[in-house]
Design a protein around this ligand. Structure first.
Ligand SMILES: NC(=O)c1ccc[n+]([C@@H]2O[C@H](COP(=O)([O-])OP(=O)(O)OC[C@H]3O[C@@H](n4cnc5c(N)ncnc54)[C@H](OP(=O)(O)O)[C@@H]3O)[C@@H](O)[C@H]2O)c1
Length: 287
């Protein structure tokens, strides 16, 4: 299969690239050379390359930043996705696109399946949901993936690090570490996600899929597990969301159930703590 991969040096993009080149012809597109806010250039590239599948990992991921700059969030997460969907429709290309657990409001307190109704609390969540609606209303052949709490060796957009790296750095610098203890998620390894996405492409079943590691924890428990595995003992303090005072409102519970992936027989994900330990080894934190 001929695949074009947007955001190929991001967290998920770089792990996807490494996995997909084993089986496919992959053209790695990186920013700013390829910018999803310039649809005419993308349209020309797609007509020239004629990929079977276009994968978009690019997004505006600054959850608090989106509250102050909604236009930037909507530009990348909604309108650029609409334009990508039109390009895919007009060039008969399959689209793989990513959304977030933050499309849910967290009031359910049980893992959210693909059948549950979104109700985002933040500008970021609304912008990601708008992107989803564009994909679903413009295309019939798409993989739309909601995932949660990503970490990967390439680090995160515009920052070069992720939650795990941040925790390790703070502990090494002997800084107190404050982490929210009343928001529950599933930390998800981009390496493992990349493997399951590759499986999904092979199976070729389109639609909306939740894909995360197994289990759940609070961000505080996530941090505590990082330090436990690394035998570090920083001054770790749990705080509630109100005391933490982040600008954007986040769901207290945004754990996803991988119902559709299970239904089509994809291999299951490992428990989040197992995937975390694997990451700490690969990153060289744990010998
Ligand atoms: N991170 C999470 O915890 C999380 C949770 C749920 C869902 N998701 C979703 O999962 C997907 C992948 O996330 P990720 O963490 O892998 O993202 P990431 O590490 O931030 O990677 C995004 C990539 O897109 C590139 N990019 C930025 N602006 C672009 C533009 N205008 N045009 C083209 N490329 C652009 C970035 O390049 P530069 O680095 O050079 O800017 C980067 O290579 C996203 O859709 C995200 O919303 C993420």
């Amino acid at each position: 299969m001929q695949i074009a991969l947007i955001g190929a040096d991001g967290q998920l993009g770089s792990d996807l690239l490494e996995r997909l080149v084993e089986r496919h012809e992959v053209r790695a597109w990186t920013y700013p050379d390829v910018d999803i806010t310039r649809p005419q250039e993308l349209d020309s590239r797609c007509r020239e390359l004629q990929p079977d599948l276009l994968i978009n990992t690019a997004a505006y991921n600054l959850v608090d930043g989106a509250e102050e700059d909604p236009a930037a969030a909507f530009s990348l997460n909604a309108f650029a996705v609409r334009d990508l969907a039109f390009i895919c429709r007009d060039t008969d290309t399959i689209l793989m696109h990513f959304s977030s657990d933050y499309v849910f409001d967290g009031t359910q307190r049980a893992p959210y399946s693909e059948e549950d109704s979104p109700s985002p609390l933040s500008v970021y969540g609304v912008s990601k949901l708008a992107g989803e609606y564009f994909v679903r209303s413009i295309l019939s052949r798409y993989f739309l993936i909601r995932t949660c709490g990503l970490y990967g060796t390439a680090g995160c957009w515009g920052k070069g690090y992720n939650f795990v790296d941040t925790m390790v750095r703070r502990a090494r610098e002997k800084q107190p570490v404050q982490v929210v203890n009343d928001q529950y998620v599933t930390p998800t390894s981009t390496l493992e996600l990349a493997h399951r996405l590759s499986d999904l492409i092979e199976v070729g079943r389109f639609g909306l899929f939740h894909m995360t590691n197994a289990g759940q924890c609070s961000w505080y428990e996530f941090a505590a597990e990082i330090f436990r595995i690394l035998s570090m003992e920083p001054d770790l303090r749990g705080v509630d969301s109100a005391a933490y005072g982040a600008r954007a409102k986040r769901p207290v519970f945004s754990v996803l159930e991988n119902r559709h992936a299970d239904r089509i027989g994809l291999p299951g994900f490992s428990p989040w703590a197992i995937a975390l330990k694997d990451y700490l080894i690969r990153k060289g934190y744990l010998k």
